[in-house]
Write a protein that binds this ligand. Structure first.
Ligand SMILES: Nc1ncnc2c1ncn2[C@@H]1O[C@H](COP(=O)(O)OP(=O)(O)O)[C@@H](O)[C@H]1O
Ligand SMILES: [Mg+2]
Length: 361
């Protein structure tokens, strides 16, 4: 199948500062791709290069089977939504929505039909005669999204569209964007530094660090099988627990992980390749620990409760083990108190092991 968007061997540099080094990525038609990474990793640079707002040093950008590397933004068949919505303050919502179409010289009837369709889709019908100053932040951002949608193109690009909104509004609009994608079924490339947005919206997430894709996979795959230590530490809240140690094998026996007095049988861990030996990091999420360690038959990590953080439906228990603070997630009410002893069991089959170079074993 032809990709909706392809980036081929893309390089972008400002003078001798290279922001993106030889990046390639194919985005399928109807896919919701999220570009996720810390601030400054090159997400906006990449999105702007796809949009045509950013000069590329080398490489190509293809949209709908056409090399658009040198096309003007308006000729690329994309709609874009930015973090700061920059609506025209003196124009009504209707005029804000129709402005680009009027500039492009579309027939009046077509413009009216598109504005009506978009307004209905985003529940802006009753606000069409208002000016931006008479709208809430969420309504303004919906108008900004509407300005991209009226173009009725196949590919929409979003650059942190929810970052300026408060938490409640952000959650609401996030769900609206997902519904919008389900209804319109077009291709969306969505930049964020917020892992919740990435995990909830994406078909696939590209995790970027210093202009390099670290992992490109479904949210479930990225959460369960992070490709390296960076991805493992970046995704998940609270963050994955890490224990430094080493993997040892003796002839005929299953490999074991040794770390800080802990010995863990690795026979139920599915190594990607023949099990390595040597320095390794064991990573496990707070929910990979079960409270009843001794009766579970799992290897236990004994410690003492430091802090309990109730979070409504679940709670995070922080406990001290060796010289580290580890986290454990429990569903429902928690009766543990600071100072209580506990010996949670670790489900090694769900954990991740990383080799000396940081990649998943
Ligand atoms: N016009 C510019 N000139 C020089 N460096 C820039 C320019 N724009 C962005 N950069 C640099 O490129 C890197 C990536 O920036 P950006 O794509 O905005 O990151 P993100 O969107 O992931 O936060 C940063 O190190 C930033 O300082
Ligand atoms: Mg950015």
């Amino acid at each position: 199948m032809q990709s909706a968007v392809s980036v081929k061997d893309l390089k972008i540099a400002y003078g001798d500062h290279t922001v993106i080094e030889k990046m390639s990525i194919d985005i399928a038609p109807r896919e919701f791709l999220v570009l996720l990474g810390p601030s400054g990793c090159g997400k906006s640079t990449l999105l702007n290069a796809i949009a045509g707002l950013q000069d590329i040093t080398s490489g190509e950008v293809w949209i709908s089977g056409k090399n658009v590397s040198w096309e003007e933004p308006k000729d690329r068949g994309i709609g874009m939504v930015f973090q700061s919505y920059a609506l025209y303050p003196r124009m009504s919502v209707r005029k804000n929505l129709s402005f680009g179409l009027r500039v492009a010289g579309l027939p009046k009837a077509e413009i009216e039909a598109r504005v009506a369709r978009t307004a209905a889709l985003l529940q802006l019908d009753k606000l069409l005669e208002r000016r931006p100053a008479e709208l809430s932040g969420g309504q303004r951002q919906r108008v900004a999204i509407g300005r991209a949608l009226v173009r009725e193109v196949d590919v929409f690009l979003f650059d942190e569209p929810l970052s300026n909104l408060d938490a409640k509004l952000r959650n609401e609009l996030r769900v609206e964007i997902k519904k919008l994608h389900q209804r319109l079924g077009n291709t969306m490339i969505y930049v964020t530094h917020d892992q919740v947005e990435a995990l909830t919206l994406a078909d696939r997430i590209a995790i970027i660090r210093d202009g390099v894709i670290q992992q490109l996979a479904s949210p479930a795959e990225i959460y369960r099988r992070p490709a390296n230590l960076f991805v493992a530490g970046f995704i998940g809240a609270p963050a994955m627990n890490f224990i430094e140690g080493r993997i040892e094998r003796s002839d005929g026996a299953a490999p074991v992980f040794l770390g800080n007095g802990l010995t863990i049988d690795l026979s139920s861990y599915s190594f990607r390749a023949v099990a390595a030996e040597g320095p390794a990091t064991l990573g496990f999420r707070p929910e990979h620990l079960v409270l009843d360690g001794p009766t579970s038959g799992l290897p236990t990590i004994p410690g003492r409760v430091a802090v309990v953080e109730p979070m409504g439906s679940d709670a995070v228990v922080w406990f001290d083990w060796a010289d580290q603070s580890l986290s454990l997630r429990l569903m429902g009410d928690v009766t543990l108190e600071p100072g209580d002893a506990l010996a949670p069991g670790l489900d090694i089959a769900k954990a991740s092991l990383f080799g000396a170079d940081g990649s998943r074993l």
